[in-house]
Design a protein around this ligand. Sequence first.
Ligand code: AMP
Ligand code: MG
Length: 328
Amino acid sequence: MISLGLEGTAHTAGVSIVEKIDGKCNVLSNVSSMYRPVRGGIHPREAANHHADVFPGLIEKAIEEANVDFSEIDIIGFSIGPGLGPCLRTTATAARTLAIMHDKPIIGVNHCIAHLEIGRAITGCHDPVLLYASGGNTQIIAFLEGKYRIFGETLDIGIGNCLDKFGREAGISFPAGPEIEKIAKNGRKYVELPYSVKGMDVSFSGILTAALHALKEHSIEDICYSLQETCFSMLAEVTERAMAHTEKDEVLLGGGVASNKRLQDIIKTMAEERGAKFFVPPRQYLVDNGAMIAWTAILMYESGYRMGIEETAIKQNFRTDEVEITWR
Ligand code: AMP
Ligand code: MG
């Protein structure tokens, strides 16, 4: 089965063509374009305009690179939520257009679950606890009693958003995460920042304020270092607790922030210390991408999911545990 997937929940428009062959995920093409605000954070309407501009070209490129004819594509998948309303609407419109024009079934995919499914498919892990750390989202997700459940999450902003906002105030251009990672390597001193774990949840907005405040008295290197150490330790703590609670022995990373080597090291060490296995897919599958949508659409379709065009309305606040999981 061959699927074309459209991702467009936030800043990234992605298109991918994925084939399921002998039960395995074979990515035939995976292209994307990221909206980068000239200044400030993501403006949802502008990001949506960006997606509308680039989708036609990306779709063409994905088909060309995959070397398939549109008639060979069996289904159209798209990210139905959660995400920014205007971006989701643009992506859904593109998907509906393709489905109607070419008379193909359409499947709306939950973005967070797609991160987990592509991680399983690419790394070969079976039943992991996912630490999904991205710009807008921060969640700890695992499969339990028939559903993907959220075991912990941010109570305010996503971890990537925290890093990007800090960067913006500190004069680092968007996305700031990679640059903060570089600067943090030269940090020497840990500056105390509010470590905010509340039960199984985390909170980043207080740390952001404190880090910006501390910049007045400490070097940017020390603050970037301290910001990473504090935020990543919090994530490790709640991820470990989810692993202990669910008795799972695999941990998987997802989301753009998961490309951070320091975060990878911290989670890997935590996993090793509890005798668990650590998995991280290559960067192109960590960040928002069309392949995860195309692949999850195949899993859903093959397990009996069907969606009429009238059922493809976007779900801005789509929760991971609302999805009925028929493929596991
Ligand atoms: P996503 O929302 O999953 O597409 O990922 C984008 C987010 O990942 C942005 O907030 C980036 O700042 C962040 N990011 C990307 N690379 C890194 C990195 N090496 N370290 C920390 N954050 C990163
Ligand atoms: Mg994402």
